[in-house]
Design a protein around this ligand. Sequence first.
Ligand code: ADP
Length: 502
Amino acid sequence: MENKNRFILALDQGTTSSRAILVDHDCRIVASSQKSIEPLYPRPGWVEHDPQEIWASQSSVAAETVAKANLSGLDIACIGITNQRETTILWDRETSLPLANAIVWQDRRTSAYCEELREKGYDKMIFEKTGLVLDAYFSATKIRWMLDNIEGIRARAEKGEVCFGTVDSWLVWKFTRGRYHITDVTNASRTMLYNIHTLQWDDELLELFGIPPSILPEVKPSSEVYCTTATTLFSTKIPISGIAGDQQAALFGQLCTEPGMTKATYGTGCFVMMNTGDRPRISANRMLTTVAWQIGGRTTYALEGSVFVGGAVVQWLRDGLHLFFTAPQSEALALSVEDNGGVYFVPALTGLGAPYWDQYARGLIIGLTRGTHAGHIARAALEAIAFQVCDVVKAMEKDMGRPAIEMHVDGGAVSNNFLMQFQADLTRAGVVRPEILETTALGAAFLAGLAVGFWRDTGEIASHIAVDRRFDPEKSPAEAEALLDRWHKAVERAREWAKEEL
Ligand code: ADP
């Protein structure tokens, strides 16, 4: 069948839901389905998922989407997978049954162990090898916890009876009925066991965490025909040919394929990633270094930085202060005033992420006068989202030694035109908002499609992608500098605030 009449099935297994979308040759979404998944909170700080629920929800939305479009497996050229990263699953190699619930990336149960390792000075070695800041987020300490705390598992793991995988590995295992135990290089790079320079599992790290190599999946490129499905879900065997972690998939979905190109996702938090080209740049500015993708034998790297409170500050104004009823109303309120009136809002509601990494910082609204009203507060809150993203982008620019080329944006808050314009004013780079904001799933579809020749190259894909709107800087550089300067003064005042309470 001609590619024009076929579709790509992209699966997006996230922390709160499993989604599936069908993409046609013109990069349009022709059908989609979604099912929420229930996180489990067995103790404070612990977050788990049932791996069977992950599989059941993901496989059912996959089948549902194909059925919704009135298609069969024969119409599907290939499957691409993108997933919540770092979440850790162990299962029985023989029976395919999970050995415990998945430990989700947000889970903090291994924080104390991370602290111990830091005190012993291992953080430097880990950062140099993996590009990651030693933290409980990443899979390594979660695997170790399972091996130490689930009875009998360590002995079984040493005998080769146990498989470890991030969510991508688990899905491929289930889709192939246990024939393929693989992961892709982007997911591997978030385990804290993978050396991003040698592109191999790292023996020294495996030894440090006490992890037997036999449990590890084989690491594959992000775009390649890995296997075909062996389930009865579809009427035919479908190649699985693209895998990437969610942020990397979004970077690819935004076609940020040149060094310096950056994507920023504005959701509850903000996630920024910059393509740094074919060699890893170890950050001097507290960014993470990670593999962006590996295609056709070429590895592309990225810098990554996250802001904890992004769109969440708008939620807080809505639900905490009752300034408006819906998030989009924040824009009209912000535009009801001419400028921020000297008001700055540091939304460190849960500390500050990159580049500050200050867990003791707390929220601050400063510069209030008798003339301040709700419009100024709303404006300061929206500006704060852009200030924080700008701080991350500027840190990345320092690491790269050159300015960012365009910011490609996605996430719920990008419909806010004021926010996007202010972002362009601050970062001094064009802000590009695509028409289709499903960039994560699109990225998985692109990776999969390129591997089977559905599209020739990224140039052909780009010819199908429409820009909704582009924002270019309107304020002068001096104005932007002055705003940033005041913001940084406000940030200084918010820092370490909660330390005194302890
Ligand atoms: P997540 O995937 O993290 O749940 P979404 O990408 O769905 O987040 O984005 C939702 C976030 O975007 C919420 O925090 C909400 O407050 C914010 N948001 C949505 N629309 C707007 C808007 N027009 N202006 C500002 N913020 C918005």
